[in-house]
Design a protein around this ligand. Sequence first.
Ligand code: ADP
Length: 223
Amino acid sequence: MSLIEVKDLKIGYEGHIVLDKVNFNIEDGEFAIVVGSNGAGKTTLIKALLGLVKPVSGSINFNGLKQEFIGYMPQETKVDSNFPASVFEIVLSGTLNKTLFYTKKEKKLALDNLKLLGISNLKDKSFQELSGGQRQKVLLARSLCSTEKLLILDEPSNNLDRESKKDLYEIIQELNKKHNITIIMITHDLDHGNLIGNKIISVTDGTVISESTDDFVRRVHHE
Ligand code: ADP
């Protein structure tokens, strides 16, 4: 059974349909890459998966996964980089606790995720003083605090230099392969040998084409 089944989905904003006749599945353990030009509707599609945009028609079925247990790393983070929070506080805020008092279990989860991403040493640093690559890892650790199953990443490597990008992609691949976390990632990085997913969801001409990475490469080469 697929982890996510999208059937005949139509989505958009008031008086403006962005995507129609959208059909695709996400299997447990997959690494799906979402591509498409600016304004094509990638973020709208992701927001629909997260329940932030309501479908006009059609359905999204999650099999055994609650929408609130999806880890989400937005493109432009709501964490203001001038906000004087420590790395630990930011990662902790990714837990589903909406009060100011965190339990021992939540604190452990935050520490475990810092460790998992190899950034325990940054724990007490202020977010402000981190490099771009370090910030992205912190935000990734934060989004991991709300899921053990599915991470949705919106252009996580934006504005990173080549080395930091490579480093971040390696970590995301490890989360997928070693920790069996299903990944859906929007990216523009298709031409740097970074075709790391097994499935490509192309958002184009008001709908999506979902195909294996190999089929995508063949199709794009023929166009
Ligand atoms: P992408 O992520 O591929 O760049 P978006 O999903 O952000 O594309 O945008 C798709 C279309 O939806 C664009 O035409 C954009 O202007 C429109 N759009 C995005 N967000 C909103 C919104 N909150 N209200 C109305 N229209 C929006």
